[in-house]
Ligand binder design. Structure first.
Ligand SMILES: Nc1ncnc2c1ncn2[C@@H]1O[C@H](COP(=O)(O)OP(=O)(O)O)[C@@H](O)[C@H]1O
Ligand SMILES: [Mg+2]
Length: 225
């Protein structure tokens, strides 16, 4: 088991967005979180990635606590623990979150060269392979503002694929792409799975979810149903 979400609740003021969520994910498993807009899917991914605090419960990433509850208070991981957890997690955001002041290639190689000590040549080679796979290699020198939504989505996916995390989260990865790119994203997810990476996929694309998932979690108004 690489992720454990136990009794997690989260509200924004009086809006209960996650209501006692429980699930576990194993290595190499593709788990989809399916549900309507506003159901709490992105919030759940943000909590799993430590980008949102939680009000109740525990989240364990690869055996380390990201959040743990004791005596009714939730403690968040810090220091070396959070650094280690961050390295285990990959995240493709729904709104892509590309660095606006860096071109596509620079977006891809920043973290691998700065945090993971790949050489620039190694990182660029890998980046180019990924961009080619996603059919966007001709945009390597473009800046995010020069790209369409679907192109930005592909760059965000390529950037997340530069590293091999233990868990990778995709938030609506197929929302802005055509069938050919969707097929590449399918292949990328399967490749992560074959490397024993756990994939958490948020999507309301029912066909895509059904074709790729080992398990589907239905989220409705912050509850698993
Ligand atoms: N930062 C925030 N502050 C206040 N409310 C938020 C915030 N983020 C999300 N919400 C609310 O949480 C609910 C779930 O949002 P979200 O997780 O984005 O849903 P989904 O991804 O399933 O469409 C919505 O009602 C939304 O308005
Ligand atoms: Mg969302």
């Amino acid at each position: 088991m690489v992720l454990s979400v136990d009794n997690v609740s989260k509200s924004f003021k009086d809006n209960v967005v996650l209501d006692n969520i429980n699930f576990k994910v194993n290595k190499g498993e593709v788990v989809s979180i399916f549900g309507k807009s506003g159901a709490g899917k992105s919030t759940l991914l943000r909590c799993i990635n430590g980008l949102e605090t939680i009000d109740k419960g525990n989240i364990l990433v690869d055996g380390e606590y990201l959040y743990r509850e004791a005596d009714g208070k939730v403690e968040a991981a810090n220091g070396d623990r959070i650094k280690k957890i961050r390295r285990s997690l990959g995240y493709v955001f729904q709104n892509f979150n590309l660095f606006p002041n860096l071109n596509v290639m620079e977006n891809l190689i920043l973290s691998p060269t700065k945090v993971y000590n790949l050489t620039k040549d190694e990182a660029e080679k890998k980046a180019f392979e990924l961009l080619t796979k996603l059919n966007i290699e001709d945009k390597a020198n473009y800046y995010p503002y020069e790209l369409s939504g679907g192109q930005k989505q592909r760059v965000a996916i390529a950037r997340a694929c530069m590293l091999t995390p233990k868990i990778i989260c995709f938030d609506e990865p197929t929302s802005a792409v055509d069938d050919e790119v969707k097929r590449s994203i399918y292949d990328i997810i399967k490749a992560f799975k074959s490397e024993n990476v756990a994939v958490i996929l948020v999507s309301h694309d029912r066909d895509f979810v059904e074709s790729i998932s080992d398990r589907i979690i239905n989220l409705e108004c912050g509850k698993i149903i």
